[in-house]
Design a binder for this molecule. Structure first.
Ligand code: ZN
Ligand code: MN
Length: 143
């Protein structure tokens, strides 16, 4: 994925909505879309502190909320406060989650959408969204 292109696209969309884009907010968005590890808000916060040391966690949450409002970030909640985020691929897709180290990986899977369409057809269901998590042990934890 071209992160610069994605950043430009998001900034245009937010500007069109009249959202104020401070350098700090732009840096937070850049951090979110550069991170391939499905970071938590806390992880994004400590990353952003390296360039903007005065950033509060609340500002990070506000920026996440903004991206959620325009459907450009995927939140993976786990029934507690440990949500993780994918700002690179905002549409629902399968995830592999390591129960040892908490790593969350995307897996490129052809035909996944077809499976969902088939399930919807079989049941007469109108699909709004979906969530597919696979829990297990990642390859580095197995070593
Ligand atoms: Zn692991
Ligand atoms: Mn993902």
């Amino acid at each position: 994925m071209d992160t610069q292109k994605r950043l430009d696209y998001l900034l245009v969309r937010l500007r069109e909505r009249g959202n104020r884009l401070t350098p700090q907010r732009v840096a937070i968005i850049r951090t979110i879309i550069n991170n391939t590890n499905h970071p938590s808000a806390e992880q994004m916060h400590s990353e952003i502190l390296e360039t903007f040391p005065t950033t509060s966690l609340a500002t990070v949450y506000k920026t996440i909320r903004l991206l959620k409002e325009i459907g450009e970030i995927l939140e993976l909640g786990f029934g507690d406060d440990s949500s993780r985020f994918d700002g690179r691929k905002p549409h629902p897709h399968p995830h592999m989650i390591c129960t040892e180290c908490g790593t969350i990986m995307d897996s490129e899977l052809d035909g996944f959408e077809t499976i969902i369409e088939t399930m919807a057809r079989q049941t007469g269901f109108s699909v709004k969204t979906h969530r597919f998590d696979i829990f297990g042990i990642c390859s580095s934890c197995k070593k």
